[in-house]
Structure formats: C-alpha cells, structure tokens
Design a protein around this ligand. Structure first.
Ligand SMILES: NC(=O)c1ccc[n+]([C@@H]2O[C@H](COP(=O)([O-])OP(=O)(O)OC[C@H]3O[C@@H](n4cnc5c(N)ncnc54)[C@H](OP(=O)(O)O)[C@@H]3O)[C@@H](O)[C@H]2O)c1
Length: 317
C-alpha cells in the first residue's frame, strides 16, 4: 500500500491506518484474541502499518491484544502504534502511572504516538500540567510523538502554548462524510499548522457501508445501540449519500465503504483509521487506496455529505 509521511513526523505510514477499538470485547461485542490476531495479520499483509488503540478500550484489553498480536507476528519494527491516555487521568501522577501500564500492555519501549483521549472535563486538571508531562515523556524516550483527541480549537491552541520543546503532531476527531463539525474551524487550522487530522469513525460506524437501514439495524448490543446516527430519522437523512456512494462504487467496481474512505484520503491532512472486525473488512478498507474518483464526483459527494451533516440530529429525546 502507498506510504505517506504522517504530517511533521518521521513516520512513513500506510495511506490509511486501522482502529483497534473493535478488540475491546465490550463496546463492539465479544471479540477473542484469535480474531484480533487474524485482523492484525491481514492488516500487515495488505500493507497497513499504523494501528490506533486506547487505554480505555476494554480497560486495556485492546492494547494487550494489539501488542501481543504484533509481537507474535514479529512485526514490531514494521509498525507504528498509537494509543491514548484516558481523559480522566490527566494529572502528572496519573500519566506517569498509566504510561508504564500502557507500555507493558503493548510490549513496547516507546509508544510511537501518545494522544490525550479527551480533554479533562471532571477533574479540573490544568491543561499545561498534562501537556508538560507528555513533553517530559518525550524527553525520557517513553513516547515519540504527542497528539490530542476531541479537543475544541481554542483548547488545542492553549495545549500547544504549554509546550516548549515539542509540539502536537495530530488531532484525532470524529470525521466522515456526514459528521463534519471539524470543517467549521478545526480542519482549516490543522491544515495551516501542518497537524494531521486522524479521522475516527471514518465509516460513520458502518452507516456509510450501506448495510444499515431503519429496517436493518446492527443486531447486537454494541456501542451503536445508543449512537444517534442509528436513529431511524438520521438513517433516513443519510440515505441519499449512501445512494451516491453506491452509484460511484458501481462505476469503479468498488464498494460504498471504499468510496467513503477514498473521499477522505483526497486530503493529505486527513488520515482515516477505520475499525475492522474481520480480515475481509480489512482487505476491503485497504482497497480504498490506490485509485481516485473524479473531481466532479468528489465535489458532489462533498457537498451532499455536508448538507446531510447539517441535518443529522444528535438530540434524540
Ligand atoms: N478518539 C476517539 O474518541 C475515538 C472514538 C471512536 C473511535 N476511535 C478510533 O477510530 C477507530 C474507527 O472508528 P469506529 O470504530 O468508531 O468506526 P468506523 O471505523 O467508522 O466503523 C467501524 C465498524 O464498521 C464496520 N465495518 C468496518 N469496515 C467495514 C467494511 N469494509 N464493510 C462493512 N462494514 C465495515 C464494522 O462493524 P460491523 O461489521 O459490526 O458493522 C466496524 O466495527 C476505532 O477503532 C478507534 O481506534 C477513536
């Protein structure tokens, strides 16, 4: 798979990465270590070398499965591992404790990209305490790069101002064709500043694959049960973009998921990390790379997705 440099880092990453929240065993339903290893093995086979996980995913389970699979597959030197610190553990003492646990679970000396999962919202921890501690981890060689996730722009700017020897290289945010709040102010800033937007839920948790409708919802008790995207009203609102994805997919011999990811990778500052539960999904998602839809098709999708994003309602009662 095509490789790119991840923003201002020295990491040569596959054009898209893979999210490992699916390994948690709770949010996305039961998941065994053997399933996780098969998914990671397929990702390596198709050339994916960037994996995203978090302390909170299955309370360390996703990190453990990912680290163990990479170790057993003998791939540590070929991959980059990004993980996140829990947004409620942002005091210096908590960060110092957590990074040791995370390095142990992942089985690595240094974490390639260490991200603040979400800003402190319960504990009133000063942002500079958090950021200066992360900088200390870089100085000590425990972490190579730092990133943030789910920060509004003003707080991101504040976080950067706390750093003196390093900088934030990535911002991980919800971003897909129909969830576009980052377009309003964050993404223009990131492009200007050379910070990569790592797009989470790039397939809108499966909505953009076209397999879910109000009559055919995810069957299991997973995180989507309470996700507003899956209300019948929002699925109906999203239907025209799914139709357009299907139309473009048919023209190029691709799938709607591949077109939805292809729309994202047109922008060099956007880095999608689709989650996958099976080796087949990994292969399909990797097929989003290596071709481009026409400019006209890209623009039509872009406009349609934007219009729909402004009609999706997160208010559900
Ligand atoms: N920073 C944050 O706060 C944050 C938040 C959320 C996620 N993330 C990260 O972003 C990653 C991706 O986001 P996400 O998992 O929320 O959503 P996503 O990537 O948009 O959707 C993943 C789900 O879509 C389905 N799917 C994937 N590929 C498919 C394909 N080719 N064909 C059909 N269905 C397919 C699978 O579920 P089914 O097969 O069951 O439909 C899979 O679990 C996560 O793994 C995690 O690493 C970060």
């Amino acid at each position: 798979m095509e490789k790119i440099r991840l923003g201002r880092t020295d990491m040569r990453v596959s054009r898209l990465g893979m999210g490992a929240w699916q390994f948690s065993g709770d949010a996305w339903g039961a998941f065994s270590y053997e399933q996780a290893k098969a998914v990671v093995a397929k990702a390596l086979e198709v050339g994916i070398n960037f994996f995203d996980t978090a302390a909170v995913y299955g309370r360390g389970r996703s990190e453990e499965f990912l680290g163990r699979a990479i170790r057993e597959l003998g791939a540590r030197d070929q991959v980059y591992i990004a993980t996140k610190i829990h947004g409620d553990w942002l005091r210096r003492v908590d960060i110092l404790a957590s990074v040791e646990n995370q390095r142990r679970r992942l089985g690595v000396d240094a974490i390639d990209l260490y991200q603040v999962h979400w800003p402190a919202c319960w504990h009133n921890t000063p942002i500079c305490e958090t950021m200066k501690t992360l900088e200390e981890l870089v100085d000590r060689g425990l972490v190579r790069y730092i990133g943030i996730s789910n920060f509004p722009l003003a707080l991101l700017e504040h976080a950067r101002s706390c750093l003196s020897r390093t900088d934030i290289v990535t911002s991980q945010n919800r971003y897909n064709l129909i969830e576009r709040e980052a377009d309003k102010e964050l993404l223009p800033y990131l492009r200007r500043e050379g910070i990569v937007l790592i797009a989470w839920s790039p397939l809108a948790k499966g909505v953009l694959t076209g397999k879910y409708t109000p009559e055919n919802l995810p069957q299991f008790e997973d995180v989507r049960r309470n996700d507003p995207l899956f209300t019948p009203g929002n699925l109906k609102t999203a239907a025209p973009v799914v139709e357009e994805l299907k139309r473009i997919a048919a023209k190029y011999g691709k799938t709607p998921a591949q077109v939805a990811l292809n729309w994202l990778i047109r922008d060099p500052w956007i880095y999608p990390i689709p989650g996958a539960k099976t080796p087949e999904q990994v292969t399909e998602n990797a097929g989003a790379v290596g071709w481009l839809m026409s400019d006209d098709e890209w623009r039509t999708l872009d406009r349609l997705g934007w219009d729909i994003s402004q009609r999706i309602l997160y208010v559900t009662w």
